[in-house]
Design a protein around this ligand. Structure first.
Ligand code: URA
Length: 195
């Protein structure tokens, strides 16, 4: 078993917070062990909880489109969430749930050592900004700008954007996410092979 599989096994057995009582399936995340890009969302929703996989509902369809827009496939990147179990009725994760669960995300980041992390929405952005020692005010203020940070001892480019679910009924948010993600086509050098 590699480190990511070990983490996934621990997530499946986890009882560190009360979300384990209401979840159907924990959702550790999935993708490539050597992914250059990691996408970090908030927490599983209904579909993800049913299937044990991240971003498989309507927001996930849009995320899959965004990934192909930058010339990649879901299995070339790594997709996960800050919180690995569904909060009841899709409420926001509580600080103590983020606190209990985020060591799994930290270990995933260290194991993968991605070049780029795309944080989807305010929860993952605020968590990763904190890890990087940056002040987070609002997603609107920071979205779409790539910041070079040090997280967990790794040099990473962090690209915050809105959560894909926020775009489902809001075309303006949708085009902002597209605009933000297109920066990955222009940014860096080794992504050019996907163009
Ligand atoms: N929203 C998220 O933040 N994560 C998922 O996995 C699905 C929807």
């Amino acid at each position: 078993m590699n480190e990511l599989e070990i983490i996934a096994e621990e997530v499946r057995r986890c009882r560190r917070c009360s979300l384990h009582k209401t979840r159907k399936n924990p959702v550790p995340g999935e993708g490539a062990e050597d992914a250059e890009i990691m996408f970090v969302g908030e927490a599983p929703g209904r579909n993800e909880d049913e299937q044990g996989k991240p971003f498989v509902g309507a927001a996930g369809e849009f995320l899959t489109e965004l990934i192909s827009m930058i010339g990649m496939t879901r299995d070339e990147v790594f997709i996960t969430n800050v919180v690995k179990c569904r909060p009841p009725h899709n409420r926001d994760p509580k600080p103590e749930e983020i606190e209990a669960c985020s060591p799994f995300l930290d270990r995933q980041i260290k194991a993968i050592s991605p070049r780029i992390i795309v944080s989807l929405g305010r929860h993952s952005t605020s968590y990763l900004f904190r890890k990087a020692g940056l002040e987070f005010r609002s997603i609107g203020a920071v979205r779409g700008r790539i910041v070079e940070v040090e997280i967990l001892g790794l040099s990473v480019k962090l690209l915050p954007t809105y959560h894909p679910a926020a775009s489902l009924y809001n075309p303006a948010v949708r085009s902002k996410i597209v605009e933000d993600l297109l920066k990955l086509r222009r940014e860096g050098t080794d992504l050019t092979k996907y163009l």
